[in-house]
Design a protein around this ligand. Structure first.
Ligand code: OSB
Ligand code: MG
Length: 368
């Protein structure tokens, strides 16, 4: 197929409640929605880069620049039969995985629509419903954190992840554990510790956590391997796994026992699926991470999480957890048993609500 036109939409969407991590607090979420046109069809993609370079160096504006000036010109009017073709055309751009992943998602959506099958089928997904949990930001105090946890448990979530940072780690986590002795609980530090300061996290090992996510720097596989030796609790890497190569090296180094897979962080769904495959071959459990996506990225996450190696619940919550109004006509809801149903429509299986899109668009560009 040949893509003849691409439209970029820079979105800014208000979250229903502020989301605080060790790298900052946000009230609204930026991203780029891509529309890729081929014959009479359009594919949607979501580039997850946010306004600030807190989670990674990419921002919505750097991704816009890379897409506008490099990736889109390299792809327009070229013959692209699959994600590998696309990746070859994009390979001259070093880094910028979220920009690449956004474009790849739009190509996957088109591939599915043209073949009349869902993204889940294209990727080789198995489950019709996937296990999900909720990721809770740092709250004002431990009692407020417990209230927030309670409210999500009441909605039916049966796995909770809480964000931690130095000074808000052991106290918060023990408080939640004490209030809910049987809860499936995990923590995410978003790189807030060094090998030295992470010694203060050792008491977490007594709290029966599913995993400890990304305690150390994103560029630090080696120190994670040293830290994992000190913990029985599995260390899970998020920021550090930026490619299939890093995943392999992390496994060889024993830098982690679990991997969080996000298509944006690794440059696309094709890379995400490849990381899933080697983890499955090594018996290393994976789960699908989230980036507070709109319905577009959420649909892609659900399809990805339907692959058989995704044995831990994903950070894929219901639309209501994030946004009052989403840009897709579909809203995702929680089923009993803390699952969400994987879309079955062609491609991503979502349609855009144009009115809703209009309200949150702060910049738009057509390239043809
Ligand atoms: O580290 O997993 C993370 C959100 C934005 C950036 C990074 C992370 C997160 C989350 C939220 O934890 C996951 C979600 O519910 O989308
Ligand atoms: Mg994380």
């Amino acid at each position: 197929m040949k893509i003849t036109r691409i439209i970029l939409h820079h979105l800014r969407m208000n979250l229903r409640s502020p989301f605080e991590t060790s790298f900052g607090s946000i009230q609204s979420r930026d991203c780029i929605l891509l529309e890729a046109f081929c014959d009479d069809q359009v594919g949607y993609g979501e580039c997850a880069a946010d306004r600030d370079p807190g989670f990674s160096y990419e921002t919505a504006k750097t991704a816009w620049h890379i897409l506008q000036d490099f990736l889109v010109p390299a792809v327009l009017n070229q013959k692209i039969s699959n994600a590998d073709d696309l990746q070859r055309r994009m390979a001259f751009v070093r880094g910028h995985p979220m920009a690449k992943a956004g474009l790849e998602m739009a190509v996957w959506d088109l591939l599915g629509k043209r073949r009349g099958i869902s993204l889940k089928q294209l990727l080789g997904g198995k489950s019709n419903r996937v296990q999900v949990g909720v990721s809770i930001g740092i709250q004002e105090s431990s009692p407020e954190l417990i209230n927030t946890v309670e409210s999500y448990l009441a909605l039916g979530y049966n796995r909770v992840k809480i964000k931690i940072k130095p000074g808000r780690d052991i106290g918060d986590t023990s408080a939640v554990r004490q209030a809910y002795p049987d809860l499936r609980l995990q923590v995410d530090a978003n790189s807030a510790y060094s090998l030295e300061s992470a010694q203060s996290l050792l008491p977490l090992d007594e709290l029966d956590l599913l995993l400890i996510e990304q305690p150390l720097s994103e560029d630090d596989l080696w120190d994670h391997s040293l830290l994992q030796k000190e913990f029985n609790t599995p260390i899970c890497l998020d920021e550090s796994i930026i490619s299939l190569r890093h995943a392999r090296q992390a496994l060889e180094m024993k830098a982690c026992k679990v991997i969080n897979i996000k298509s944006g962080r690794v440059g696309g769904l094709s890379q995400a699926a490849a990381i899933h495959d080697i983890c499955l071959a090594h018996n290393v459990p994976v789960w699908c991470g989230g980036m507070l996506e709109t319905g577009v990225g959420r649909a892609a996450n659900l399809a990805l999480a339907s692959l058989p190696g995704f044995t831990l619940p994903g950070d894929i919550s219901a639309t209501d957890r994030y946004y009052q109004e989403d840009i897709t006509e579909q809203r995702f809801t929680l089923n009993p048993g803390s699952t969400i149903t994987v879309p079955t429509g062609h491609g991503l299986g979502v349609n855009i609500n144009r009115k809703a899109l209009e309200k949150v668009t702060i910049n738009r560009l057509t390239i043809d």
